[in-house]
Each structure stands twice: as C-alpha cells, then as structure tokens.
Design a protein around this ligand. Structure first.
Ligand code: SF4
Length: 354
C-alpha cells in the first residue's frame, strides 16, 4: 500500500549534508534533551551525537536559549558531520551568532523574534551563509490575533502563511515549515491544509506527544495519515523519553509504511508462560548492535519451540529457546546450539558477520 505513496511535490531545501523535500528520503530527526550552557566540554555532547548518528539519526536539534549555548553549539557543529539545528526564540542575536558557525538550520518563529528589521537582518545573514530556516508553528503558541479562530488547524495555517509571506517578501526560499499540535486530528488537518497550497517541505510530528508508549501510538496515528497521503518530508516523534527511542520510533513508522528501510526487520515473540529464555533481556542487549546494521535483513528472536523454530528459520538470522539451550539459525539452517549464558555473545558474533 504505502510503497505506492505519491509524495507531494515540495521544494528541495539543503540542510547540511542532507536535503529536505524535493523527493529526498524522508529524514529522521530528534532533539537534544539537556541544556548546553552548563556543559564544560563539547566532548561529552559529541559522544552522544555519535551514538545517535550510529543508530540512524539524520538531523539533531538543540535549544539555544543563551549566548553560551550558541557558542558551544557552534563549536560542536564545527566538529561533527551530522546536520545540527539551532532552536531559537525571542532573541535574534542568538540566531545571528549561530549563523557564524556551520549550523545546518535555524528553527525560528519570526512572530516572536520581534521587529521586522530584526527578522530581516537574520534572514539576510542566513541567505549569505546558505543556511536553511524552519518556521515552527505550534497550536499552543499562536499569535494573539488568531487565538479567537474556532478551528485551531485553520488558525495554525494562517499563522504559517503570515510567516511565509514575510519570508517571501525577503525572497528567502530555503524554508521548512512545521505545524504541530498535541492531538492527532489537529496536526493532520493543519498539515493537509497547508500542503495543498504551498510547496514548502514539511517537518511533521505531534508536539508533546506523551510518554514512550502513548506518545509513539499518537505519533504513529498522525504521521501515518499524513505520510500515506504523501505529506511530510522530515519526521520527529516527540516523546517524554530518550532521543534514541524517538529515532527508533520514527524509523519504525517509516519502515512499516514502506517509505524507508533502516536496518533489520525484527520479529520477536511477545513472551508467555512457555518462554524458556529471557527474550526481553536478550533484545535489550542486542538492540544496539541491530541498530547499527545497515542492511535489509530479517532477525527473529523467539522464546520457545512452538513458533520459534518456524519464525527463526524464515529469518536471515534467528534465535529460539529450546529446553535449556538456545538454537541459532542462519537462513533456515541451525548453525549453533549454545547455553543461555553464551547466547548473547554467540548471537552478536553472528550479527557482526552481517
Ligand atoms: S514464541 Fe513461544 S514463548 Fe513466544 S509467545 Fe509464542 S508460544 Fe510463547
């Protein structure tokens, strides 16, 4: 179904080493969850960035509430290849400083930057530096003039259009828009409406979606409706959880819709009273290795001999509990029998051969 999705035609916006829109693969992004200002050394942040990059994060956003954060983000951006985004509100001087560094995109809301001359100064510098902007409209922070509009989605689209006309007057084109609400229907309606009349690429997501499970379900519902309709060029799943889980959730949505392929397809048993080995613990330990595999393979992790051998045999690599041992299969053939204690080590050894 989703493999036949006809994506909306949007303009292509270069953002560091990737493009958003113009038919580029729908990118996965997340947000750094800690303040930068207290960080004493950029090395710690860089280690976190590497970890996110290894699992397939393609764009990473940082809040920049003060000049110290702008300086540190600039230093980090000079030393990493992952496109970084500076998220700035109210003070255009922070955006101007960020533009001195190889920061790939600045997320602003021109409405809260203040006087038009400040927006113009910022836009002119972004144009000189070849840096993209993202205009983020949130249902929770609409301009006062639009708060009386009964249809929130319509108000969001109007807010976005006001920002767009400001940037259009300045002839600035490399702009990505986002229209986010905390509920599924408003998010979908606002993005569908906006995409019908504008060719800006869209960063889609439900804002403040919730904790891991509820937030992933809510995001999946909204993003699936949009993506199946061809709307959306980059995705963030906003969870009250780790950025790693945000990346995995977004990848999983895109992969299950057939829009991108990220690493292995994992089949794992939900466990029950027949489970003869610790499937959940096993998955937790092998997950970091699975996320680093950049190949279209199927991996099965099964708990018992009822369905286990059948599923594991169909997979490129599989493991199943069997009495007091685990059995490892590769393309339908048993290649190892191991004690439960050695199962993880043996499985990772086989994974690394991929
Ligand atoms: S594979 Fe076995 S252990 Fe897992 S849910 Fe099915 S019956 Fe239970």
């Amino acid at each position: 179904m989703a493999k036949m999705v006809e994506r909306m035609q949007t303009r292509s916006v270069p953002v560091g080493r990737i493009h958003i829109g113009g038919g580029a693969p729908i990118s996965v992004q997340t947000m750094w969850k800690h303040p930068l200002a207290p960080v004493r050394s950029a090395d710690l942040v860089e280690a976190g960035i590497r970890k996110l990059e290894e699992i397939g994060c393609e764009l990473l956003r940082f809040s920049v509430p003060d000049m110290r954060s702008a300086e540190l983000l600039g230093e980090i951006a000079s030393r990493t290849r992952l496109p970084l985004v500076a998220d700035i509100h109210f003070d255009h001087r922070l955006a101007l400083r960020c533009l001195d560094f190889p920061i790939a995109k600045i997320r602003i809301n021109p409405g809260n930057i203040g006087r038009p001359d400040k927006v113009e100064e910022l836009v002119r510098k972004a144009a000189d530096r070849g840096t993209a902007l993202r205009v983020g409209v949130n249902a929770g922070s609409l301009p006062k003039t639009l708060r009386r509009e009964r249809n929130v989605a319509v108000a969001m689209v109007r807010a976005a259009e006001e920002e767009a006309s400001l940037l259009e007057k300045l002839h600035f084109r490399p702009v990505v828009f986002s229209l986010k609400a905390a509920d599924v229907d408003t998010t979908v309606e606002a993005n569908m409406l906006f995409s019908q009349t504008h060719d800006y690429p869209l960063h889609i997501g439900v804002t403040e979606a919730g904790p891991l499970v509820q937030g992933t379900v809510k995001s999946t519902l909204a993003l699936s409706r949009l993506l199946i309709s061809g709307v959306g060029d980059t995705v963030r799943v906003s969870l009250s959880d780790s950025p790693e889980n945000e990346v995995v959730a977004a990848q999983s949505i895109l992969q299950n819709l057939g829009l991108r392929r990220f690493g292995p397809e994992v089949i794992s048993c939900p466990t029950c009273g027949r489970t003869v080995f610790d499937v959940t613990g096993f998955l937790e330990k092998v997950q970091p290795f699975l996320l680093r595999i950049d190949k279209s393979v199927t991996v099965a992790i099964m708990g018992c001999p009822v369905n286990g051998p059948g599923e594991a045999k169909r997979a490129d690599l599989g493991v199943t509990g069997s009495e007091d041992r685990v059995v490892i299969f590769k393309k339908g053939k048993i290649i190892r029998r191991e004690s439960a204690d050695h199962a993880i080590e043996a499985f990772i050894e086989e994974l690394e051969k991929f």
